[in-house]
Design a protein around this ligand. Structure first.
Ligand SMILES: Cc1cc2nc3c(=O)[nH]c(=O)nc-3n(C[C@H](O)[C@H](O)[C@H](O)COP(=O)(O)OP(=O)(O)OC[C@H]3O[C@@H](n4cnc5c(N)ncnc54)[C@H](O)[C@@H]3O)c2cc1C
Length: 409
């Protein structure tokens, strides 16, 4: 095959698309990536990167670079909001025999994208085309053609395969007619970012979850532009509230004060509102088109699993595509990608992220008590704490994916 015949096209230059591009380029596969924006977007979405994901990012010191530009967080906590009491604390240290990374790294996703872009510059066979949006595609038995809208109008690009890493509203998924099965939460989630130091002021660690009847908050620290860093708080909103009510100063201060009473207004540096879904694509492969990241699955951010799942897709898929394109494996391997990653998305990430939300927002007093007592009991028992952390840190789901590969062999 000529290099052109082996080229992989990628729609979407978020962290998942860029990671696919880098991993393929490192293995000698030519790639051409199209991103509709003019550069990486600095919106406050993913930061938490779990141990199972860090293990997969160990090539060329990427995980270590993420820790250098982010924050290392070995522990996380659950708090009862009404009584402001610490219910349970989990230390990833109990996973020291399970992983080389017994901690999470809080690295904002645009920083991960930046680290990947720096690395991609070293590969002349990796073309990154910002300001280009994928609009349509056609495929045959031997290749894919992608129509792209850029500054020069519509151009058509040919490749052996196409990866749709173009986010939750994926054009690639829609053009393939693949259903995005699941539901949308009625409440939107608001992210309020402040330099207020929740550790010094209120004793919270870098990842703290708050349970409240009918509500919840995730409060976590990111390094931002360097010390002292910023704190992001994520809350549900009432579906009846307008954008103005949610994002205006009065609403923002009232929301923060209801959880974290203060005699001084909180300084706010960002306020962002997100519609949140629980959806998984009906298939991750259609012929020569593969879906990865949010294009394939979306979930609520409690527990920080969306991008982690996307990175795990990218590593799995890029490895398989490289082996196929370099002649070591048959295309059948791509069905295994679908089976491994779709199973994990449905059985693990969807289930876990929904359970995380329900646990925090439970309103029935007896159910709340049971939930909080259960967390306390798990944290107090090292064997149960390890099991809990194996699941929350996504090691268990990676092991599940590996078992599917063994069953397939
Ligand atoms: C508030 C919040 C907090 C979160 N926190 C976490 C967390 O801590 N940990 C975690 O794992 N996950 C978290 N997530 C989820 C995480 O942000 C997503 O899973 C992640 O962004 C998915 O990466 P991606 O590359 O698949 O998609 P995206 O980041 O959405 O990137 C897709 C890219 O494709 C581009 N694009 C779209 N259409 C086209 C087109 N037609 N042609 C070309 N380009 C196109 C877009 O411009 C974008 O750059 C959070 C989400 C939210 C909302």
């Amino acid at each position: 095959m000529s290099p052109e015949d082996r080229r992989v096209l990628i729609a979407g230059g978020g962290p998942v698309g860029l990671l696919c591009a880098w991993l393929l380029a490192r293995r000698g596969v030519p790639v051409r990536l199209f991103e509709e924006n003019d550069g990486p977007q600095a919106d406050p979405r993913a930061a938490t990167t779990h141990p199972a994901t860090l293990e997969l990012l160990n090539e060329d010191g990427l995980a270590e670079d993420m820790a250098r530009v982010g924050l290392v967080a070995p522990i996380f906590q659950f708090w009862d909001r009404p009584s402001d009491t610490l219910i349970a604390q989990f230390d990833h240290g109990v996973l020291e025999n399970d992983t080389a990374y017994p901690y999470v790294v809080q690295c904002e996703q645009f920083k991960t994208a930046g680290l990947l872009l720096e690395r991609l510059r070293g590969f002349p066979h990796a073309e990154i085309m910002f300001g280009h949006a994928a609009v349509d595609l056609r495929q045959t038995e031997t290749g894919v053609q992608l129509d792209v809208r850029g500054p020069a109008g519509i151009t058509t690009h040919a490749g052996a395969y196409l990866i749709g890493a173009d986010g939750g509203r994926s054009t690639v998924r829609k053009q393939c007619g693949i259903a995005f099965e699941g539901f949308t939460w009625p409440e939107r989630f608001v992210v309020l970012t402040t330099p207020y130091d929740f550790e010094a002021g209120r004793g919270y660690c870098y990842r703290s979850y708050f349970a409240d009847p009918g509500a919840w908050c995730n409060c976590f620290k990111v390094s931002a532009d360097g010390p002292p860093g910023l704190w992001r708080t994520v809350f549900p909103t009432d579906p009846a509230e307008t954008d103005e009510e949610i994002l205006g100063d009065a609403g923002v201060q009232a929301r923060l004060n209801a959880f974290f009473p203060s005699s001084h207004p909180y300084p706010i540096v960002h306020r962002n509102l997100y519609v949140t879904h629980q959806r998984v694509a009906a298939r991750f492969r259609l012929g020569r088109v593969l879906l990865a990241g949010d294009a394939a699955h979306v979930n609520n951010p409690i527990g920080g699993m969306g991008l982690n799942g996307g990175i795990q897709d990218a590593v799995n898929l890029s490895g398989k595509l490289a082996r196929i394109l370099l002649g070591a494996e048959s295309e059948r391997l791509l069905d295994l990608y679908d089976r491994q990653r779709r199973t994990v998305a449905v059985e693990f990430v969807q289930e876990q992220s929904i359970a995380n939300k329900k646990r925090l927002e439970a309103a029935d007093p007896q159910q709340r008590r049971r939930n909080l007592d259960e967390l306390k009991a798990i944290a107090a028992d090292p064997a149960r704490a390890r099991q809990f952390l194996l699941r929350s840190s996504m090691i268990e789901s990676q092991r599940r994916a590996e078992r599917i590969a063994l069953e397939d062999a």
